[in-house]
Design a protein around this ligand. Structure first.
Ligand SMILES: Nc1ncnc2c1ncn2[C@@H]1O[C@H](COP(=O)(O)OP(=O)(O)OP(=O)(O)O)[C@@H](O)[C@H]1O
Length: 461
């Protein structure tokens, strides 16, 4: 459930936006102005802020940055107030929501910050068995380590475990440990006291405290640096945390779920991940198979996404033709369920006529190494953006190799556009234009750190 903070008067059109978000399952908090909103963010946090452009969006964004609070701010206003929209985006708002609000736009924003709220779609016997085990361990309090390649549904499974647990009425809070630089991650996790660093003008609760009575998902835990790993271990063992600059520990009642696309046992062997933390987290281990290892899920998921995106776009729900289904079944899906979802989203928009035919299935070519990997499912899990060796480049198109290089460099820089452009030796403007093209073609682009993936390309860091 996404937690949305609405800043502004609910009596006008912003109130409609709040009601639409609530009807879509979001938990709404409100504040009358930017300063009151900031206080609520310090105390409770949120996944998304909707701020009326009549309030000082720029001040709020600057304050969040100074206080190391990572939360996307969407400016909301009448579309005819172009100046206010431009000012808000320049000031660091991640997007502009025109009022009166469009229900689908709000749904897309919520999905970008909170992921898929539905029950996971599962039919393959391997996955059904995994779900049964997940439901069984959900009732215990033990930590769970969820493993699986990127896009296999690790967060979906974590939400399912929370929903099936005794903590279901409490909050579910997720944090992607790979998306934030270390200092920001530390502050996001543990919160801080007033004066902990130069921008810390007031105390603020971190994700551990925000998840009180509920579940905290530490996504991509394998990317966390050893110093923070030690702090997480303490939080699990002692059930208490220290805010940055804090003098007394704070008790926390939180269940930890961790997810990673890495083989953490190997990371331990290589000395990159603490063994004691690994054993604490891996009390229960659940490995989600890659989509190519559970072909029985391909069509049920495809039908689910075809229906969902048709409804979201106000289009009739169309069936997949047998030829389209055959194409889907034959593809290796290196990007797993996320790639299948994007493919079906495009197919729904491209399809003409009574059904979805093969013409509407626009599969991104899998890099040769990934196809080889798909043919040998026992190979160790590798991210879908693996760099192919030079010999494997022969026979590939320059623009395709360029795209892989750019995306791989960007992931390496954790989404930081400025650093990636430097490494690639291109201007930040060229990089942004390229990313814009890829996004338009339906390719998933690593988000700017701390921002949801729908951020306007021009507002990136
Ligand atoms: N079983 C499922 N049923 C419905 N949707 C799913 C399922 N599995 C994955 N998805 C969808 O696929 C996308 C990727 O899922 P998710 O974010 O959980 O993957 P992940 O393994 O956590 O990815 P990453 O490692 O990149 O963070 C999401 O949009 C999610 O809604």
């Amino acid at each position: 459930m996404a937690r949305v903070l609405v800043i502004g008067s609910l009596e006008a059109e912003l109130g409609i936006a709040a009601r639409i978000a609530a009807a879509r399952g979001a938990r709404i908090a409100t504040a009358e102005g930017a300063a009151a909103g900031l206080s609520r963010l310090r105390a409770e946090g949120a996944d998304l802020v909707l701020c009326d452009v009549q309030h000082d969006v720029g001040w709020l964004v600057a304050q969040l940055t100074a206080e190391r609070i990572a939360c996307p701010v969407i400016a909301c206003g009448r579309p005819n107030d172009a100046d206010a929209a431009v000012r808000a985006i320049r000031a660091g708002a991640k997007d502009f929501l025109p009022l009166p609000p469009d229900a689908d736009l709000i749904a897309a924003m919520l999905q970008a910050v909170a992921g898929e709220p539905d029950r996971p779609v599962v039919q393959d016997p391997g996955m059904t068995a995994l779900m049964a085990r997940a439901e069984q361990v959900a009732r215990a309090e033990a930590s769970v380590l969820i493993m699986g390649e990127s896009g296999t549904g690790k967060e979906v499974l974590a939400r399912h475990i929370h929903a099936a647990s005794r903590r279901a009425r409490g909050p579910f809070v997720a944090l992607n440990c790979a998306a934030l630089p270390e200092a920001l991650l530390e502050s996001e996790l543990f919160g801080h006291e007033k004066g902990a660093f130069s921008g810390a003008v007031a105390s603020r609760k971190g994700k551990f405290e925000q998840a009180e009575g509920g579940t905290l998902l530490l996504d991509e835990i394998g990317e966390m640096d050893p110093r923070l790993q030690a702090k997480i271990l303490r939080a699990i063992q002692e059930r208490e945390i220290d805010r940055l600059g804090g003098t007394a520990p704070v008790k926390v009642d939180v269940r930890i779920l961790a997810a990673t696309h890495r083989d953490l046992a190997t990371e331990v062997a290589r000395g990159r991940f603490r063994e004691d933390l690994y054993f604490r987290l891996a009390v229960v281990r659940l490995r989600i198979p890659a989509l190519r290892e559970r072909r029985g899920d391909i069509l049920p998921l495809a039908h689910h996404f075809a229906e969902r995106y048709a409804r979201a776009n106000g289009l009739p729900v169309r069936a997949l033709s047998p030829a389209a289904e055959a194409l889907l079944l034959a593809h290796p899906w290196p990007g797993n369920v996320r790639e299948l979802e994007n493919t079906l989203h495009r197919a729904v928009l491209l399809a003409e006529g009574p059904g979805i035919g093969p013409d509407a299935i626009d599969l991104l070519e899998a890099a040769p190494t990934l196809q080889a990997e798909a043919a040998a499912p026992s190979a160790s899990p590798t991210s879908s953006a693996a760099v192919p060796p030079v010999t494997a480049l022969v026979g590939r198109r320059v623009e395709e190799v360029e795209r892989d290089l750019i995306l791989e460099t960007l992931s390496h820089c954790l989404g930081n556009r400025t650093r990636a452009a430097e490494m690639l030796g291109i201007s930040i403007r060229t990089l942004r234009n390229k990313l814009h093209e890829y996004r338009a073609a339906g390719v998933t682009v690593p988000p700017v750190p701390g921002q949801p993936p729908y951020a306007l390309p021009a507002s990136g860091a």
